[in-house]
Design a protein around this ligand. Structure first.
Ligand SMILES: [Fe+2]
Length: 242
């Protein structure tokens, strides 16, 4: 199949800026191919305790996010080879791995930015224009939090719950996505202000000694607000809704 001048990033669909503009997604090069790297956190793993344990943060970042990055790069390398051979069936086959792992990388890069230690402003309510927009559309911050928690708790299987800005309609809304689908799959004009990971790996911890499981999604959703970085969400809101 002739590929002509078809852009590789158009095929990938989740290119280096796709849905993640301004996030500081780590980048590198291997054999001339642009690759993605695990971004550093801006705080220590234990800095969000007691809201989120350091052990969970370390596993989540070093194991889960790293795996998305590794598999994303692997799929992109396979795509590059398939493109050079004009292998259309392999190109089509790679789409789900690219969406899943690329989405995992984008979503987690947002998630780390959405959290901050209490000493550095974590949990401080949004002020200025985002605070005003929340009051206008949801009545109060507490009402918005209740809605996000209810939708996150009700999400079947794994996924994400978002506070989104629709740049075109100039409205904020609560959205959910399944698996690692990034918010942009719900609408091309949606910008993530806040993304909360409701995969079990975000709050689930196997206690090897006791052979017991802690699996308390509602508690996780209740406590995460103590370390939400509203300053970051406000900055994105102000940048994207001039
Ligand atoms: Fe996660």
């Amino acid at each position: 199949m002739a590929l002509g001048s078809l852009s590789r990033r158009a095929i990938v669909g989740l290119g280096r800026n796709g849905g993640g503009g301004g996030l500081g997604l780590g980048l590198g090069f291997v054999r001339g191919l642009q690759t993605f790297t695990l971004p550093d956190l801006r705080y220590d793993y234990g800095a969000l305790e007691p809201a989120i344990s350091g052990e969970i943060m370390q596993l989540h970042h070093q194991k889960h996010h790293q795996t998305y990055v590794t598999n994303y790069n692997k799929a992109l390398e396979q795509l590059d080879q398939a493109l050079s051979k004009g292998d259309a069936s392999t190109i089509a086959k790679l789409q789900s791995a690219i969406k899943f792992n690329g989405g995992g990388h984008i979503n987690h890069s947002i998630f780390w930015n959405n959290l901050a230690p209490v000493q550095r402003g974590g949990g401080e309510p949004p002020k200025n224009s985002l605070g005003w927009a929340i009051d206008q559309q949801f009545g109060s911050l507490e009402s918005l939090i209740q809605k996000i928690n209810a939708e996150g708790a009700a999400l079947q299987g794994s996924g994400w719950v978002w506070l989104a800005l629709d740049k075109e309609l100039k409205r904020i809304s609560v959205e959910t996505t399944a698996n690692q689908d990034p918010l942009v799959t719900k609408g091309s004009t949606l910008v993530p202000l806040l993304g909360i990971d409701v995969w079990e790996h975000a709050y689930y911890l196997q206690n090897v000694v006791m052979m017991q499981y802690k699996n308390v999604k509602p508690d996780y959703l209740k406590n995460i607000w103590k370390v939400v970085n509203w300053k970051y969400a406000s900055e994105v809101y102000e940048k994207e809704s001039p």
